[in-house]
Design a protein around this ligand. Structure first.
Ligand code: ADP
Length: 510
């Protein structure tokens, strides 16, 4: 399949997934938005509920205190006020102020405790009018109130003052509330099992959490949340609720990304595998076609020669004795070439099917190399090549399947004759524990990057020399397989002074 066709197919496969993914994304966004707004509504109502609960407690305390103040009899007011903080822990400090006489309770003239001194200091801006007790008219206050509850800050601390003013005498009295007492009542609202997966936090005027209920470890401030103010008595205090459904909305997105990602990965991976397979099949098919045409060509050439010479001899057209001998020699050589080729093909199919068996015997490599060189002598001469030998006269023994070694060596010699030029050297050398059989030629040699590739099946170097010479690309791969199967090997080296050196390595046998 052409590259662009593969690319197009890839795009066609990925495109629908992307479209479906896009639609899925939009649906998800919609779903997320609706979940988020549901969650926000739930958070808001939870926050409102909690704010109402806390506000209710505070209001109850306020109205109870004001009722208690109004019930104080005028004649024993001072004594009752003095006794109140000891009677009820909600009251921190009582006070009584008479216009003209000043502060009577706690009296600045008497022996004051530390808390009383602080209270008097706190009261100063209220008594001298800097902090108005009543809300100014027009701000929802209307007519000056006779009683009320005032939140005010002193040294960054909230204080609550419940007061009452006599309509006639203008005597001002009341109590400062103990905030801790109120907080201990509120604390009960933040205990018990958490409501759903809400995190409910009560923040004071400075934004510090006072109470928290729910997934405490998480930082609520970075999560989407709803905040409801606590009311006029507690300026800037608020109930904040986060969580509930938000995690699911986020989880939905992660799930979507994960699903789409794995779908795309699976698709792209599958496609890549498919293309890789298709390409492999395509290359295999191309190699096989080339192989068949190359083998046919290699078979055709010797057959034509044999037929031609055989016909001439048959018809008695060749009268000279030496010519007849030459033609018969050519016929013999071409037959050997055919045998080699057929053997290669047979070996190849046996090796591919793992059916090639070996019968190792004691072989004299020196004698074998010498006799194979002799056989090629004639071909060399005809091609104008000089065949040299560097073979020891003493036997060199190895243990190997003789036919397999012969086939491998013949393939190397055949290549030297096909691709070489000038001179061919057949050398047998012994190293420590090994025997080397080398075929060296003076041809163009094999580029360094191709010296391993030429041992792959069907591989032929893509150069002008190889393309003009018939071959199947099997000789070297078969030679290597036959030798490796028996513990030997063959490799290609550069020959000093130009050309190539094919070296068979065998284990020596004593
Ligand atoms: P074939 O010779 O049938 O093509 P081989 O497996 O014997 O197949 O060789 C593979 C390739 O290695 C050849 O096509 C050729 O390009 C290269 N080759 C083999 N022997 C030589 C050599 N002696 N000199 C240069 N190139 C060679």
């Amino acid at each position: 399949m052409k590259r662009w066709a593969m690319g197009l197919l890839g795009v066609l496969l990925v495109l629908p997934v992307l479209v479906v993914g896009g639609l899925g994304g939009r649906l998800l966004r919609h779903e997320q938005q609706s979940r988020r707004s549901l969650a926000q509504n739930a958070q808001r109502s939870q926050a409102q509920m909690m704010a109402q609960k806390l506000g209710g407690i505070a209001q109850r305390m306020e109205s109870e205190t004001l009722a208690e103040l109004s019930a104080l009899p005028a004649e024993s007011r001072l004594e009752r006020l003095e006794a109140l903080p000891a009677e009820r822990p909600l009251y921190r400090q009582a006070f009584l102020y008479e216009p003209g006489r000043g502060l009577i309770l706690p009296s600045p003239e008497g022996a004051l405790t530390h808390a009383e001194r602080e209270f008097i200091q706190r009261m100063e801006p209220i008594l001298d009018g800097r902090i108005p007790l009543e809300k100014p008219a027009g701000e929802g206050g209307g007519a000056p109130a006779a009683s009320g509850c005032l939140p005010w800050f002193d040294q960054n601390q909230l204080h609550l003052l419940c007061w009452r003013r006599d309509a006639g005498s203008q005597v001002l009295y009341g109590v400062e509330l103990e905030l801790m007492s109120l907080l201990s009542e509120w604390a009960a609202c933040f205990t018990g099992p958490p409501q759903g997966d809400f995190t409910t936090v009560l923040l004071d005027g400075e934004g510090h959490p006072v109470f928290q209920m729910g997934a405490g470890a998480e930082d609520w401030s970075v999560r989407p949340h709803a905040a409801v103010p606590l009311g006029d008595l507690f300026p800037h205090w608020q109930v904040v609720v986060s969580g509930a459904g938000m995690a699911e909305a986020r989880g939905l997105k992660s799930l979507y990304v994960l699903l789409l990602g794995s779908l795309l990965a699976a698709l792209v991976g599958g496609e890549a595998l498919l293309f890789w397979q298709a390409r492999r099949h395509y290359l295999d098919a191309r190699r096989k076609t080339t192989f068949v045409s190359n083998v046919s060509h290699e078979l055709k050439t010797p057959l034509t020669t044999i037929r031609m010479y055989a016909e001439m001899l048959e018809e008695g057209r060749v009268l000279e004795e030496d010519k007849r001998a030459k033609y018969l020699r050519v016929i013999g050589e071409e037959c050997r070439r055919l045998t080699r080729l057929v053997n290669n093909v047979l070996d190849f199919s046996r090796i591919e099917q793992h059916r090639r068996t070996y019968s190792p015997t004691r072989v004299d490599v020196a004698a074998l190399a010498g006799s194979l060189a002799d056989q090629q002598e004639c071909r060399c001469r005809e091609k104008g090549l000089q065949l040299e030998r560097d073979i020891p006269s003493a036997p060199v023994w190895v243990s190997i399947d003789r036919d397999a070694l012969e086939q491998a060596l013949l393939n190397l010699l055949d290549n030297a004759l096909k691709y070489g030029g000038g001179e061919i050297l057949v050398r047998v050398a012994q190293g420590p524990g090994e025997v080397r059989v080398e075929v060296l030629d003076r041809g163009p040699g094999v580029p360094a990057t191709k010296r391993e590739k030429i041992f792959e099946k069907f591989y032929r170097v893509d150069d002008s020399l190889t393309t003009t010479i018939a071959g199947s690309g099997l000789g070297l791969s078969i030679a290597r397989q036959l030798l490796r199967d028996q513990g030997g090997d063959v490799r290609c080296l550069a020959r000093e002074g130009g050309g190539s050196c094919f070296q068979i390595l065998l284990r020596e046998r004593a």
